[in-house]
Design a protein around this ligand. Structure first.
Ligand code: NVA
Length: 302
């Protein structure tokens, strides 16, 4: 059966470790592995804004010897002009893999069911698993290993990044804490899935309690794509969870800070933190390419 990467727990813990090890190898030898030579085409479809994802997939596909085919989601009108299933059947006849950023996870599932080729989640409303591979690679580089580390995710945990940290962090054997207002924890079904994976997941509405002693501090925008209408209300709700120098002072002395970007300095993260010595966000952004090369290579080999 064709494997896809639609959510973080589509990989087992052992497979996640294998993909991360492959990412490190591809980072060390960026031009030596060409599983997409031909060139094979990978379709990249975007229904939401993108910078890092488009750039890192396009560069990564090229480095693997393949050809990145950009499909404009607006022009294609997926699910409007024609059904997801029909688009999937067509793209599967042109491309070796399909990378899709869209809204509904159910649409991504349908793409995978009908395309006949590996489908990779490049962000949905529910999950952002490629970002998590990059994040874990970054933590592994800076901390040496993942299992047993404590990570705190602060702010809006009821979004794709919160859900993905719950799953991917647990798979890696990390202790994942969420510091978020009531009603903004990851989805209950996701927390239930995470509980069976390893590590641990806890939720606290007290940002200091959640952050105390953490090895890794993570945040994300308070206004995810598609939630722009709620921006003003969200700024008020999440204020106490802003990653400020004061809040970070409660983390471990050698804690690192991650942000998937785009970042809003003065909202979810202070400029002194994201531009300060604990920040590893530029490594994290670069690692999108290496991590995504690894998952594409891994899927191509199935
Ligand atoms: N939660 C954010 C992630 C951006 C990469 C969003 O969905 O907009």
């Amino acid at each position: 059966m064709t494997r896809s990467f639609l959510r973080d727990d589509d990989l087992t813990a052992a497979e996640q470790a294998e993909v991360l090890a492959l990412a490190a190898k591809l980072k060390a030898e960026p031009y030596d592995h060409r599983p997409l030579a031909g060139p094979r085409t990978v379709a990249m479809v975007f229904d939401k804004p993108t910078l890092r994802t488009q750039a890192s997939f396009a560069a990564g596909i090229a480095e693997l010897g393949g050809h990145p085919m950009l499909v404009d989601g607006q022009l294609a009108g997926i699910g409007k002009r024609e059904s997801v299933a029909d688009v999937a059947r067509v793209l599967g006849r042109q491309a070796s893999q399909v990378v899709w950023r869209t809204f509904a996870q159910a649409d991504l599932d349908e793409m995978a069911a009908f395309s006949g080729v590996p489908v990779i989640n490049a962000l949905t409303d529910d999950f952002h698993p490629c970002q998590l591979l990059a994040d874990l690679l970054t933590v592994q580089e800076h901390k040496g290993s993942l299992a047993g580390l404590t990570v705190v995710f602060l702010g809006d945990a009821a979004c794709n990044m919160g859900n993905s940290w719950a799953l991917a962090g647990s798979l890696a054997g990390m202790h994942v804490r969420f510091g978020c207002p009531e009603g903004y924890a990851p989805a209950a079904s996701v927390l239930e899935s995470a509980a069976a994976l390893g590590g641990s997941v806890t939720v606290s509405s007290d940002p200091v309690e959640a952050t105390t002693g953490a090895d890794v501090v993570v945040t994300d925008t308070w206004v995810s794509m598609g939630k722009e209408d709620e921006a003003a209300a969200r700024r008020a709700i999440f204020g106490p969870y802003a990653v400020t120098p004061e809040l970070v002072s409660h983390a471990a002395d050698d804690a690192i800070v991650l942000h998937c970007l785009p970042a809003y300095r003065g909202s979810e993260i202070a400029a002194e933190v994201i531009d300060g010595p604990r920040s590893v966000v530029w490594d994290e952004a670069e690692n999108r390419r290496h991590a995504q090369k690894a998952i594409m290579t891994w899927l191509q080999d199935r």
